[in-house]
Design a protein around this ligand. Structure first.
Ligand SMILES: [Fe+2]
Length: 145
């Protein structure tokens, strides 16, 4: 499915999310370096996001997806070193994102999304560290029935 087709048929909520990509989506689009997924080193454990989603969902039905950084090992949350944004992409298309302030926002978010077309979708979470750049999760397969 093309990106345009996906956008036309599946996505959630607010058109503003789609019309104005997050800095993470822009970085991915521009081909900036993306690190991970990697959980064998301390820096990898601190930065690799995790995606928690049902393995099977019904087409067109809303479901919750949690994306977070710091599950494998806690990440600093200081003014000069913190996770400032998280995004969720479905088959390479950003469907939701959020920002965090240092010190107050834990780098975890629950998004509510739906996928309208039956088949298989791959979800990836992204997290941006102010010091260590953009990191990606393992792809998580979701069966849409
Ligand atoms: Fe970091």
């Amino acid at each position: 499915m093309s990106t345009k087709s996906f956008l036309n048929h599946s996505l959630i909520g607010k058109a503003t999310l789609l019309e104005k990509p997050s800095p993470i989506a822009e970085a991915v689009e521009e081909g900036l370096p993306i690190f991970g997924p990697e959980t064998t080193t301390g820096v990898g454990k601190q930065h690799t996001p995790i995606v928690r989603t049902p393995q099977k969902v019904k087409a067109g039905q809303w479901f919750e997806v949690e994306v977070g950084v710091g599950y494998f090992q806690s990440h600093p949350n200081e003014p000069d070193h913190h996770i400032d944004a998280i995004s969720l992409m479905v088959d390479g298309v950003e469907v939701a994102s959020t920002k965090f302030q240092s010190g107050q926002g834990a780098p975890r978010a629950t998004f509510v999304i739906k996928i309208d077309e039956p088949g298989v979708a791959y979800l990836r979470g992204f997290g941006n560290c102010t010091l260590h750049g953009l990191w990606v999760s393992e792809p998580v397969k979701v069966e849409v029935v």
